[in-house]
Design a protein around this ligand. Sequence first.
Ligand code: RNT
Ligand code: ZN
Length: 419
Amino acid sequence: MDTKRRYEEAREFYKELGIDTEKVIEKLKTLPVSLHCWQGDDVTGFDQKGPLTGGIQTTGNYPGKATNYEELFADIQKVIDMTPGMKKINVHASYAIFEDGGFVDRDKIEPKHFTKWVDLAKKNKMGLDFNPTFFSHSKVKDGLTLSSPDEETRRFWIEHGKACVRISEYFAKETGIPCVMNIWTGDGYKDVPADRMGPRLRYKEAIEEILSEPYDFRLVKPTVESKVFGIGVESYTVGSAEFTLSFAAAHSDKCMPLMDNGHYHPTEVVSDKIPALLCFFPEIALHITRPVRWDSDHVVLFDDETKEMAKEIVRNDALDRVNMALDFFDASINRISAWCVGFRSWQKALLNAMLTPYEMLKKLQDDNALTELMVKQEEAKMYPVADVWNEYLERCGVVSDAGLYAEIAKYEKEVLSKR
Ligand code: RNT
Ligand code: ZN
């Protein structure tokens, strides 16, 4: 395929629409998207041997999963090398690296348990994001952590959260790039509770206490993630949408809301929520995933809602106000492929959004030319985005879509299959 010739033609095409593809390509290269470490081992982590809990599940048993940090790092490096654009690495606290028997529990973790993550980030000139891990642990009591009625349980998890604030600040200082620290718990009840407010008040106080740990909000950006329900936690979720959004609004000097697009009722769309929140919050954060009928955390594809979410960020000029992170985990297919396809899909969505002539479309809307708007929006779907995408991949020095599978298959044969 003559990528160059096709690109030059596309460049002319977009020029007539008033879009400079050269600028778009340069811009796309600079947009950080956070790559979640937990896709590599089905959210297992390094600090305990128990099952994945907290209302989340991975399904599948594809061979070759990473079982230690060396393997996980090798896989992450492979993904970094096969994906275009700027990345951050998103680390969960359960991925602490304890050397020479120096295990400590989650309330006692320190920056020294994450130095290898910092080295990996520095090697790739990337920032790091962080997440306290409030699940898959013996101290989750009756399905509750920060909202537990048990003082000792709450204390343990508050100390964990505070330790994570300190580690986040360490990440930001080491890399020179702010660290988003996301607070999500699976706290809730399977069946109808007798008290819905009590746990929420305890949750509120506990998060406030975590955020009382001193940090520079320019370096550490705590986020609070909501959820509608989890597996085994169907009737009541402490950190519901209203709770979390209100918490973030009431503490907008020290945290921001995070929306995971798997965490709403199936007919709700996060694309519509992004501009609503942007009216009020200077910054917001996203977990980008693909829910199939529920919060299934399928691999992100270049599908309609993914495109729509990217459009809302781009056309509202909010690329520097939305902290974008991926959050999916598929254990039924090659995990490197899952990572690459998901990452590349989100990049495609951003590119697609940047190659859409919004001024013209917005004007049609404001002129109430809605017939023409529909026709033009449908036309835009068939623009030569792929020709710009292929050129972008070449300029980033990463494998083409056409060559992606072969490279993944090679890595599977040479590395994964030997595990
Ligand atoms: C769970 C939340 C949460 C987790 C990660 C592993 O439903 O989406 O963000 O996926 O913390
Ligand atoms: Zn999430």
